[in-house]
Ligand binder design. Structure first.
Ligand code: FES
Length: 120
């Protein structure tokens, strides 16, 4: 799991530094920790997205992983598929979306807000 230390001075209010941008190449999903939450941080062509790292079907891990060409994450346990940006279910057996968090990138560092869910 990735952790960032000593880089929190630039954090916007409510956001927590989780990883240098270079740790998450395009197409990759990194497991990070923010505020005690386990997060799947993905890079979709330079846009970063954060979802709970727990499949809503039975808790399978969504990270570490690779994104599909369609920018989705597939759970390794029973193959549910989620939209990397929104957490919406693309294919079951999961029926509920995975929680998505707001993300900011500042000076080469990715920050995640775990205080409020990402607006739909
Ligand atoms: S735990 Fe993810 S599909 Fe079952």
């Amino acid at each position: 799991m990735s952790h960032v230390t000593g880089l929190t001075n630039a954090a916007p209010a409510g956001f927590i530094a989780v990883a240098p941008v270079g740790d998450v190449p395009p197409g990759w999903v990194l497991r990070v920790s923010a505020g005690g939450r386990d997060i799947a941080l993905s890079n979709v062509d330079g846009q970063f997205h954060a979802l709970d790292n727990s499949c809503t079907h039975a808790g399978g891990p969504l990270a570490p992983n690779h994104l599909s060409p369609a920018c989705t994450l597939e759970c390794p346990w029973h193959n549910s598929v989620f939209d990397a940006a929104t957490g919406e279910v693309v294919a079951g057996p999961a029926r509920k979306p995975v929680r998505a968090y707001r993300v900011e990138v500042i000076d080469g560092v990715v920050y995640v807000s775990v205080d409020a869910a990402k607006p739909a």
